[in-house]
Design a protein around this ligand. Structure first.
Ligand code: NAD
Ligand code: MG
Length: 398
């Protein structure tokens, strides 16, 4: 291993929570990995610091004015990374022939195009960006197969399932009865639902077990995150909607389970630390040091399980509803939810109104009859839903 050439890594969303954890794991293995490109949307200072530290060949920011500020910092700080801007540049550094591994850690549907580009280019694609599969799972999986990409799940639940399954995916359907995704229940598992209208963005972002970006933190509080993960699992593991179940497990030690045809149950356990699935994605089928704490069984008080209460988490069931609905339904759910969560974070709508915006969009008949699952079709639908949800937000905020 020590004698092999370093594997070149592009980190899409390098300034975020998953991006930072990815670079933390990479830093533990000098000589094994080399950073080829880093991307970020806003935090120019942070991205500059990463360029100084990692000296990548490229840095990309979607917005040209942000990229110009980054170039200025590069001149001042004396690093030589080439700074590009625009959506096409994100896809270019994901599909570049010199790249071996792409970490897809952009949040939201904005990650779809660059992750698709990596898939089509046959990369080893580490997928944290669950929204890409929710927007266009069928399309995405075809791109992975046609491009000959290796798709490795980074979401902790999906990494757990993947770790419980043999390497050859063709054997999965015959061995899986169903899977059980565990959910912590988020910060409001025990809060009186009659007070949900008073929830602030700060309270929603204070997750009991994980430190994450703001969007996924709010999704965890509503359990829309688990709904997105049910949809993600459907595509990653080729399951029918009824083969995916959810159970609350407040300690977040069991990261998910596979229930086999013979009723044997396989689970993956560990301390809640995203560096474990990231390290596995980077090294699969080998295993490397991740930096995570050892799980100490003697200090674990108990592993407990509860049913996810549909009244407390009304968004969860939308996963199965949209999976069974017409093509495009999960794209509608994702786009509405992105708009609603952003509006909640900006204090324009209440926490409990996120679900209202989502169900409103699903009921609005925004999917054209006989819609085909093409990138253009899905992105046009995504844009229609964002307009509709934006109007709903404006009406609620009035
Ligand atoms: P984050 O908000 O911390 O980081 C998001 C990254 O994406 C940042 O680098 C940001 O600059 C970039 N970005 C945002 N909007 C963009 C746009 N329009 N175009 C290009 N880049 C953009 O989010 P995160 O917590 O790191 O999550 C990233 C993804 O990983 C999400 O899809 C999330 O659901 C998934 N995920 C995260 C965790 C976690 O522990 N944080 C766990 C499982 C899955
Ligand atoms: Mg998860």
């Amino acid at each position: 291993r020590r004698h092999a050439a370093p594997q070149r890594v592009t980190v899409l969303g390098a300034t975020g929570s998953i991006g930072t954890n990815t670079l933390d794991v990479v830093a533990r293995h000098p000589g094994r990995f080399e950073v080829f490109a880093l991307t970020g949307a806003q935090r120019v200072q942070e991205l500059a610091a990463l360029c100084a530290r990692w000296q990548p060949r490229f840095a990309v920011m979607p917005d040209e004015s942000a990229a110009a500020r980054l170039r200025t910092l590069g001149r001042e700080q004396g690093w030589r990374t080439e700074v590009l801007s625009g959506a096409q540049a994100l896809s270019d550094v994901a599909a570049h022939p010199a790249v071996d591994i792409v970490m897809g850690a952009i949040v939201g549907a904005a990650g779809l195009a660059p992750c698709l580009a990596a898939a089509k280019a046959g990369k080893r694609l580490l997928l944290a960006n669950k929204e890409a599969l929710v927007v266009g799972g069928g399309l995405f999986m075809s791109a992975v197969h046609e491009g000959g990409a290796t798709l490795l799940p980074i979401d902790s639940e999906h990494s757990a399932i993947f770790q419980c399954l043999p390497e050859d995916p063709s054997s999965w359907p015959s061995r899986i009865d169903h899977i059980v995704l565990t959910a912590s229940g988020g910060p409001f598992r025990q809060r009186d639902p009659s007070t949900f209208a008073d929830i602030t963005p700060e309270q929603a972002c204070a997750h009991p077990n994980w430190v994450m970006g703001r969007k996924i933190s709010v999704d965890s509080a509503t359990m829309m995150n688990k709904a997105l993960e049910v949809i993600e699992a459907r595509w990653l593991f080729g399951l029918a909607p009824e083969q995916i179940r959810v159970v609350l497990h407040p300690q977040s030690i069991i990261h998910s389970m596979v229930v086999c045809r013979d009723r044997s149950v396989l689970a993956q356990l560990g301390t809640p630390d995203m560096r474990v699935p990231i390290a596995y994605g980077l090294s699969w089928p080998e295993r490397i040091e991740s930096g995570a704490e050892m799980l100490d069984f003697l200090t674990l008080k108990a592993l407990t399980f509860e049913e996810a209460d549909a009244a407390r988490y009304p968004g969860l069931q939308l996963a199965w509803e949209t999976l069974r609905g017409p093509a495009g339904s999960t794209c509608v759910l994702n786009a509405a939810n992105e708009v609603a969560v952003e509006a909640f974070l900006q204090r324009r709508i209440r926490f409990d109104q996120i679900h209202q915006v989502n169900t409103g969009a699903l009921a609005a008949g925004l999917i054209e009859a006989g819609m085909s699952e093409s990138v253009d079709g899905l992105l046009a639908l995504d844009a229609r839903v964002r307009r509709h949800a934006g109007e709903q937000v404006a009406a609620l905020a009035r």
